[in-house]
Write a protein that binds this ligand. Structure first.
Ligand code: DX5
Ligand code: ZN
Length: 217
């Protein structure tokens, strides 16, 4: 599987959003990771559908939305015209997982589920793995950019990669939080094929984001 890098918009200079998106347009083969937070599921509030509607007009990249919200079902409807490529919701947020996955499958090209650091792989029944396009393993507690990577999630990554391999499932494994050029190699070796990075990419002092992205690659 090829490796996708998904810069997280959370760490850009929002006062320069258009310019930042144009900078990313100079780099090929990215996903643009969009962290939607509702101040309920996580203690932070970010952006919603009106902002994403503007972003889609500028960014050339596939839009990868990560919903850290208590009611992803509601967001599925309100975001339906934003042109998202991938819609990821948190396993911990809801009860009727299968129902929501079926609904999302009819609305979005790619559907993902996300697990918090403390949620075990065994929380998800095996039949679900065959229904999703992406599994996001959080490697920080969700809510903020710039936090420290939690190395214990590597065991979960190995376990999930094993499940994928043994059953020939096709989902991507995305890891999100605290990723940099030091830990990316281990994560890819352990089975990750989609890496989200915010602070590491956007803290490049000369705004040469391609150099940081290439280091991760
Ligand atoms: C955290 C978000 C992440 C975050 C990653 O809740 O889901 O996508 O922006 O940013 P860094 O790479 O700075 O940890
Ligand atoms: Zn995220």
């Amino acid at each position: 599987m090829s490796i996708t890098i998904s810069p997280s918009l959370l760490s850009v200079d929002f006062l320069e959003l258009k310019t930042e998106l144009e900078r990313l347009n100079q780099i090929d083969n990215l996903w643009l990771h969009l962290d939607v937070m509702d101040a309920h599921f996580v203690p932070n509030l970010t952006f919603g559908e009106p902002v994403l509607n503007k972003i889609k007009n500028i960014s050339k990249h596939k839009l990868d939305a990560h919903f850290m919200v208590t009611n992803p079902d509601m967001f599925a409807d309100s975001f339906k015209d934003v042109g998202l490529h991938n819609f990821t919701f948190h396993w911990e947020a809801i009860t009727h997982h299968d129902r929501l996955i079926q609904k999302l499958k009819s609305m979005y090209p790619s559907v993902g589920i996300s697990l918090n650091p403390s949620t075990p792989i065994s929380a998800v029944p095996k039949y679900i793995w065959g229904k999703v396009d992406l599994v996001l393993l959080m490697s920080v507690n969700p809510g903020y950019g710039g936090q420290k990577f939690i190395p214990e999630i590597i065991d979960k990554l190995i376990e999930l990669d094993q499940i994928r391999h043994t059953n020939n499932f096709k989902f991507q494994i995305q890891v999100d939080g605290g990723i940099n050029d030091q830990n990316a190699g281990y994560l890819i070796q352990a089975g990750a094929n989609n890496l989200v990075a915010g602070n590491y990419i956007f803290s490049e002092p000369n705004k040469n984001y391609a150099s940081r992205i290439n280091k991760i690659r």
